[in-house]
Ligand binder design. Structure first.
Ligand SMILES: [Zn+2]
Length: 215
């Protein structure tokens, strides 16, 4: 029997990557993050991998057709095995191309998990993230019940905020994400494939809710 084909969507800070790894482990399917696909393509020195490397070296975004090509190659290698795709598609044209490609392979997406979190919760989560300047450990003032000015729990080092986690930057990222992804979410909702889960719940609860819906 062919394994499940799952797509996971969610804004930055939703914990989607963590959930994707857990779901892959629980269902015995492969976690395909776009970052890993790019790294594998480059390491295998496939034509597409080398092309992608060129864009990344110049600091440019890897174009859709190359990313889709890399996904196509990887799915071809995997045969009938199941997978959970994390980080793709982000736009409606990408979602449509993915469906077309799967159809040619005689497959289709079984479930689209949407880890939904109120933007204000994400802003609080991301702006309270701190990195240790001594050991690089990542801490979260809010989630770990720490205060501004506390030292690293691992090494006592000074905790600093990444420029990316500044409130204005976080809000801008969420806005861009929201505009692009609303169409993708609607597309899958119309196909009755969408599984919305409340990402504001605890990590274990979110995993359990996803599993209840995709098993
Ligand atoms: Zn530290």
């Amino acid at each position: 029997m062919a394994g499940k084909c799952i797509v996971i969507l969610g804004p930055p800070g939703s914990g989607k990557g963590t959930q994707a790894v857990r779901i892959a482990g629980e269902l015995g399917i492969k976690h395909l993050s776009t970052g890993d696909l790019l790294r594998e393509g480059v390491a295998r020195k496939t034509g597409l991998g080398l092309e992608a490397e060129g864009y990344m070296k110049r600091g440019d975004l890897v174009p859709d057709e190359i990313m889709l090509g890399l996904i196509h190659e990887e799915l071809g290698r995997m045969g009938d095995s199941g997978w959970i795709l994390d980080g793709y598609p982000r736009t409606l044209p990408q979602a449509e191309s993915l469906s077309g490609m799967l159809e040619e392979q005689g497959r289709s997406i079984d479930h689209v998990v949407f880890v939904d979190v109120n933007p204000e919760v994400i802003v609080r989560r991301l702006t309270s993230r701190r990195i240790c300047s001594g050991c690089n450990a990542v801490h979260n003032l809010e989630m770990e019940d720490m205060s501004e000015g506390d030292g690293c729990r691992e090494c006592g080092g000074e905790l600093v905020k990444r420029p990316d986690d500044d409130e204005e930057t976080v809000r801008r990222r969420l806005e861009v994400y929201g505009i692009q992804t609303a169409q993708v979410v609607d597309y899958y909702r119309r196909q009755n494939r969408l599984v919305p889960v409340d990402g504001a719940a605890g990590i274990d609860e979110v995993t359990a809710e996803i599993l209840r819906n995709v098993k």
